[in-house]
Each structure stands twice: as C-alpha cells, then as structure tokens.
Design a protein around this ligand. Structure first.
Ligand code: ZN
Length: 290
C-alpha cells in the first residue's frame, strides 16, 4: 500500500494547548524525529497562522519543521470551517493564512491547501467560489483517504495523563496500532473499489500528545506491515485527486466516502470489525474536547 503522510494544524490546533509535561515545540520535534528515523522525507504540514500572532515564538517551530526538510501548506489562518461561514469570510481567512505563512509557502515545491475538516463546500455556490479562488491563486487542494482518528485516542490519553494511568496509556498505544492497520487497509480497499484502481492514499496526523508519543512506533508498525510512504507529490499525481471538491458536500468523511455518499452509495466510516473498539476509545475520551 502506497501512502503519503501529511500533518495538519502545525503548530497548534485552535485551543488545544498541550497538558503539563508537553510543549508544542516538543511534540513537533518528536514527530520530526520519528519521520527522520523512518526516512519519511518532505512531508507537508498544513498550517494555521492564528497562533503565530498570539505566540510569536511558535515561528521557530515552523522553522524547525522546514529545517528538517519538510514543507508547509495553507490550512487557513484561524481554522474556520466552510460549512459555517460565508464565502467572503472564508476566502479572507485563506488570504490571511497565506500572508502570515508566505515565507514558508514560498519554499515548498508546490502550493497546497487543505480545508479545515476537509469541508470543501456544502453548497454549489460555496464550492465553486472557493474552488476557483484557490485555483486562481495557484493552489492544489489536498484531501485525505484515511483519517487516523488519533484525536479520539488523544482524548482518552489525556484522561490517562491526568490520572497518572501509565498502564492505560500503554494500552491506548497498542489499540491504536491495531486499529490503524485495520482502518488503513479498509480505506485502501474502499478507495480501490470506489475508484476502480489502486490509489496512492493520503493520511494525516496532528501534533497532539498521543501522536507525538506514538509516532515512532506508528511508522515502524506500518512500514513493517508493508506500507510504502511516498511523497505527497507522488500521491497527487494520481488522477483520482482531480475529484476533490468535484461535488458539493458538507460531510465529515474521507474523499471516497464523500463521493460515495453524494452518489447515494455510502459505506461505513470505520472499519466494521473495529467499530466496537472505536466506540470504547471514544467513551474513554469523554470530558476532553481537544
Ligand atoms: Zn485542521
């Protein structure tokens, strides 16, 4: 299975400040080290710029990311969601992100954009207007074929951190690795069935405590299972990705699921045998919102 790994919400997702014992820089460094150890090069991080105004020192986090040979892409300034706002407000936020991130965007081989939550437009008017703005500005829009749902594990993990439950943390790591293998294989199969050919997948992680701690083991488990991490450029060469934002939808789904849902042929988000585990992890994360 070929797959491009991407990172979202560099340096910090709005309002998800790390808990005691973690720093934003430390989490990003741990992910950089894990990528380096597994020779996964030139990873695109889709960045929000809001936190750079509030915490100017976070610029050094983006500098460390690019100094390690990785790239930056636009993910709006404040992580607003297209389903919730007007076209004008959304485009203004894209432009604001572009102006704050320009020095890093300019260094990347390709200008990429990812919609927050991959919401590319829930009405034809919004989809068309934003799509043509992005294309006029030279952006290619990047969607995903697999969520890792590591944010769900992260909530349960934060609950473990709060009660010093080391055993719980270890067990979350193990269940995540097991889940990831099943979910990525399922998404790969669904994409192949939907598009009618093998698809170079695109997945995404976030700089959150759980992922920072598991990243090294996550990459080694996947590589051991036969996942070949390729560049985002190689994935985007797949003609499949011309179908990103091809129809209006406001659903929180990966690419093949959005297209199938609009076509009236939806399939399950979660790998069916893993749904029980997924629900259990969701339950363990109650009380956390990050
Ligand atoms: Zn995001």
């Amino acid at each position: 299975m070929k797959m491009a790994f991407t990172l979202d919400d560099l340096p910090l997702w709005p309002m998800s400040y790390p808990p005691a014992g973690y720093t934003v820089a430390g989490m990003v460094d741990a992910i950089i080290m894990a990528l380096d150890r597994h020779k996964i090069r030139g990873v695109y991080a889709f960045a929000n710029s809001w936190s750079l105004l509030k915490h100017p020192e976070f610029k050094t986090i983006i500098e460390s990311w690019t100094a390690a040979g990785h790239h930056v892409a636009n993910h709006t300034h404040s992580h607003i969601e297209l389903n919730d706002v007007s076209v004008e407000a959304y485009i203004k936020d894209i432009e604001l992100g572009e102006s704050h991130l320009s020095r890093w965007l300019a260094k990347a081989p390709q200008l990429y954009f990812r919609h927050p939550l991959c919401y590319w437009g829930d009405t034809r008017e919004k989809r068309d207007a934003v799509r043509s703005h992005l294309s006029d500005r030279g952006y290619r829009t990047v969607d995903v074929t697999s969520w890792l749902y590591e944010w769900r594990w992260n909530r349960a993990y934060r609950n473990c951190l709060e009660r010093n439950d080391d055993e719980g943390r270890t067990s979350l790591g193990q269940s995540f690795l097991k889940f990831s293998l099943a979910q990525l294989a399922y998404d790969d199969l669904c994409a192949r069935n939907w598009f009618g050919h093998d698809v170079v997948g695109i997945t995404v992680g976030h700089p959150v405590p759980f992922f920072a701690d598991i990243a090294d083991e996550f990459f080694s488990t996947l590589i051991h299972a036969g996942v070949d991490f390729v560049s985002l450029g190689e994935a985007m060469n797949d003609a499949t990705y011309a179908q990103v934002a091809s129809v209006p939808t406001g659903k929180f789904l990966v690419l093949q699921q959005k297209l199938a849902e609009v076509a009236g042929k939806p399939f399950a988000m979660i790998e069916p045998h893993s749904q029980g585990l997924f629900d259990e992890i969701t339950e363990l994360g109650v009380g956390q919102t990050g």
